[in-house]
Design a protein around this ligand. Structure first.
Ligand SMILES: [Fe+2]
Ligand SMILES: [Fe+2]
Length: 138
């Protein structure tokens, strides 16, 4: 049973973004699973790379969506994405150099915290914005 399971209450009100978030949870789960099974460095780094690449892709798409709807909080949201990428990359490099004990766990924890702080708070703000916009357009 996956540790990180999608739940309807995570929805940000946009099917495409929800799909992305689901995929990110799925990759996060893969990372936990690989760490739990004691998989080798190669396998772990491969999952980390996939997770990093997908996250970058998601951020681009999410920022494009927010730009399309003239979302006023886009600059702050973008800055939060960039800060996350920077933290992620730093840890990824440290892991690659073998400088971190229990690296996958640290990375998974970092992402899990980010999930709660960012996806469930900041991303949900554009859900409210889209909802209000739809109401106005009715
Ligand atoms: Fe997101
Ligand atoms: Fe976001």
């Amino acid at each position: 049973m996956p540790l990180f399971l999608w739940n309807e209450k995570y929805s940000v009100g946009n099917a495409r973004m929800d799909r992305h978030h689901k995929k990110m949870l799925n990759l996060l789960d893969k990372l936990y699973e690989a760490a739990r099974q004691g998989q080798g460095q190669n396998v772990i780094e491969d999952v980390i790379k996939k997770l990093g690449d997908y996250t970058q892709y998601h951020f681009q798409e999410e920022e494009a969506l927010m730009a399309r709807i003239n979302y006023p909080d886009l600059p702050a949201h973008k800055a939060a994405h960039q800060a996350f990428i920077a933290d992620f990359e730093k840890l990824r490099q440290d892991i690659h150099r073998g400088n971190v004990d229990h690296a996958e766990i640290k990375l998974s924890n970092m992402i899990a915290t980010w999930w709660k702080k960012h996806v469930l708070k900041m991303d949900k703000q554009y859900k409210i914005f889209i909802k209000n916009q739809n109401k106005q357009n009715q």
